[in-house]
Design a protein around this ligand. Structure first.
Ligand code: SAM
Length: 276
């Protein structure tokens, strides 16, 4: 990602250092790069806009006038800044990490993009306003209640809105229902579930999504586990779905009462997980 700036190089480098370690390459017109700072080498990418650029083949951003998008797990805000700069989208980003939200706020201001970034949890964040697009990139497998987050994404969309979901999947050729518990994998305590693509698609259907398309699939070498893939899906909220923002009694996000998931029943007790 390239950003134009008139900030002197030394000053910019000092500002970027406040938000290190960086996980994505951003290059600035004065020659500074995020890789000049400390980086998170295990996950650092030079293909910062790869996911959003592939999503463009499936979501007609250019045709969505006055578009609004929610960026779940927004990291340093690069996808939001890109949609704001390229398509004039009005962006809201949310991430659990205050350092990253600081980075996103700094970069969006530098880029001259109107965007709001909040510290929040992908399993509880919801706004009164609904969105044309929800980006849910690289975050689902970091959640211990992944389906709750997808349910909130559905709730956050306008009728006809698009969900772009990119995540780690485990696809066993012998059984499409098998999923893989990856807690702690690669020494990352925030890794939880590599769901199978089939289970993700079925869950999206249970939640009410339609027109679910698999757009991109790449094998990954996650700790040499076989059958691991990065998968990008695009799904839509049906045109005739009720827009929750029209409900005068729409609860504030902290008060939201989650509706039951389809016909799913749960037997037995499941102990609450502890996040490290
Ligand atoms: C692998 S990065 C993906 C960043 C970006 N969306 C992308 O795909 O390039 C995962 C991001 O999700 C954030 N994250 C992890 N758990 C979260 C949660 N429970 N709620 C919100 N954000 C979370 C992390 O801080 C991190 O920025």
């Amino acid at each position: 990602m390239h950003l134009d700036t008139s900030v002197p190089a030394a000053k910019l480098r000092a500002s970027l250092a406040e938000f290190q370690p960086w996980t994505a390459l951003i290059e600035f017109s004065n020659g500074v790069k995020t890789s000049d700072c400390e980086t998170h080498d295990a996950v650092f990418t030079e293909h910062t806009l790869y996911k959003i650029s592939r999503t463009q083949d499936y979501i007609p951003f250019v045709d969505i006038k006055d578009g609004r998008a929610l960026d779940i797990g927004c990291n340093a805000g690069y996808n939001s800044i890109y949609l704001g700069k390229t398509f004039g989208f009005n962006m809201v980003g949310v991430d659990l990490d205050p350092r990253l939200i600081g980075a996103a706020q700094y970069l969006s201001k530098l880029a001259g993009v109107e965007a709001e970034f909040y510290v929040g949890h992908a399993e509880s964040f919801v706004r009164k306003e609904t969105f044309d697009v929800v980006l849910h990139f690289g975050t689902l497998y970091h959640l211990y209640n992944p389906l709750r987050s997808l349910q909130l994404s559905f709730l956050s969309l306008k009728p006809n809105g698009y969900l772009a979901l990119e995540t780690q999947c485990y696809d066993d050729p012998a059984d499409e229902n098998l999923c893989y518990f990856i807690h702690g994998l690669n020494n990352d305590a925030t890794n939880y579930f590599a769901l199978s693509t089939h289970v993700v698609v079925k869950s999206l259907e249970l939640l009410g999504f339609v027109s679910i398309q698999e757009c991109v699939r790449h094998p990954t070498s996650l700790s040499d586990r076989p059958n691991m893939y990065r998968v990008l899906l695009v799904a839509r909220k049906p045109a005739d779905a009720v827009d929750p923002s029209r409900n005068r009694n729409w609860p504030r996000w902290a008060e939201i009462d989650m509706p039951a998931m389809g016909t799913t029943t749960r037997k037995g007790r499941i102990a609450a997980g502890r996040r490290s």
